[in-house]
Design a protein around this ligand. Structure first.
Ligand SMILES: [Mg+2]
Length: 362
């Protein structure tokens, strides 16, 4: 099989208002769609995303350099293709737009592979389980009024069966974060899991002070407490608080994850399937984490997270943020608090034509 051509589209999709100006500065997320065509009639679909910046550069990288590198090659050589493209693009950098562009290609190649061998992606990667429990982040945005937070949390945990709720912390006085956690504990009961996420905005002393102030609410993890370059700071926080740490959503590949895993600077690794460059790189990270006794609980993109989490032994949860689900022709199945692996060939990443027509900006 040979790749004959590629097509890309850039979309701007709306961001929930409770995040705007608090954790995101742009009212839209960028999604870059990639279609890879082959001489055997199989078309692969992949995508990548940003929080609002870099999309035009990623689209250009795909349309020019990545297109030049992959047309005429065999799409079934997925790992060789990914390694080749990343190496050839080394002067464009080993993170950011290079990796995000390569991620779209990686997903589209696995999509072609899965269709070509008529097997679901889980059966190719070696499925370990067919469903993964979900926790929800969509009740915990810092901009949500407390009553709205509790109402959403009840709906997600009590009605839909999710494991628990993650809330953003560290932006308000500690008493306010305590109040929000106390309301959630009262509303959801002792069984529900509570997670907190500081999105890297704290410093070490503040993270320790916050951690001590909220640890009695039985917090499952504290996510991204401080800037990522401060690896020793993570070790320091862990020594002082009784809450496990989690991080990884802003890592661009195994090299960023490596020190955190080897030194056990956090308890849970949250590498995002797209931000690390796709399924190929994510599976390497999961294997490294497994070798060090660390479990994976990836960030966002539940349509991809579910597939890879079903294929590793050291998987923990899927993060329920269903923003992109409504855009796919064939979204993943969720029921009773679980996300299910696909049962048919292909990754199911084709976007609805109506969505493309509504949000395309190119
Ligand atoms: Mg986070």
């Amino acid at each position: 099989m040979k790749i004959t051509d590629i097509k890309t589209r850039l979309l701007h999709t709306p961001v929930e208002s409770a995040l705007l100006n608090k954790t995101k500065s742009r009212a839209f997320m960028e999604i870059i769609l990639l279609e890879i065509q082959t001489d055997e009639g199989i078309t692969g679909h992949g995508y990548t995303y940003t929080d609002g910046f870099g999309g035009p550069a990623i689209k250009t990288l795909l349309d020019t350099d990545i297109r030049a590198l992959i047309v005429g090659r065999d799409p079934m050589d997925v790992k060789a293709m990914v390694a080749y493209v990343l190496w050839e693009l080394r002067q464009a950098g080993f993170a950011g737009i290079t990796v995000l562009g390569t991620a779209a290609m990686d997903l589209a190649l696995w999509d072609i592979y899965s269709q070509a061998v008529h097997l679901p992606i889980g059966k190719i990667l070696g499925q370990y389980r067919d469903k993964v429990p979900m926790y929800a982040s969509v009740a915990g945005w810092i901009g949500l009024p407390m009553e709205e937070m509790v109402a959403r949390a009840r709906e997600l945990v009590v009605d839909q069966g999710m494991l628990g709720i993650k809330i953003q912390v560290g932006r308000a006085p500690i008493e306010i974060d305590q109040k929000r956690l106390s309301m959630l504990r009262d509303a959801l009961g002792a069984e529900a899991k509570l997670f907190v996420d500081a999105n890297t905005i704290l410093d070490v002393p503040t993270a320790i002070r916050l951690g001590k102030a909220i640890q009695d609410y039985d917090i499952f993890w504290l996510e991204e407490p401080i800037p990522l370059r401060d690896t020793d700071g993570h070790a320091q926080i862990s020594q002082h608080i009784d809450i496990p740490l989690a991080t990884g959503e802003n890592f661009f590949g195994i090299r960023d994850c490596d020190e955190y895993i080897r030194r056990r600077l956090v308890s849970y690794m949250q590498a995002d399937v797209i931000r690390v460059g796709g399924i190929t790189e994510w599976m390497r990270i999961a294997a490294l984490a497994d070798a060090h006794g660390m479990r994976m609980s990836p960030h966002f993109v539940m349509e991809m997270t579910t597939e890879v989490q079903c294929c590793v032994q050291n998987s923990l949860f899927v993060e329920y943020i269903p923003w992109f689900q409504q855009y796919f022709v064939d979204p993943i199945h969720t029921e009773g608090g679980f996300a299910y692996a696909r049962q048919k060939p292909g990754l199911g990443l084709a976007f609805k034509e109506s969505v493309i027509a509504q949000y395309a900006v190119d």
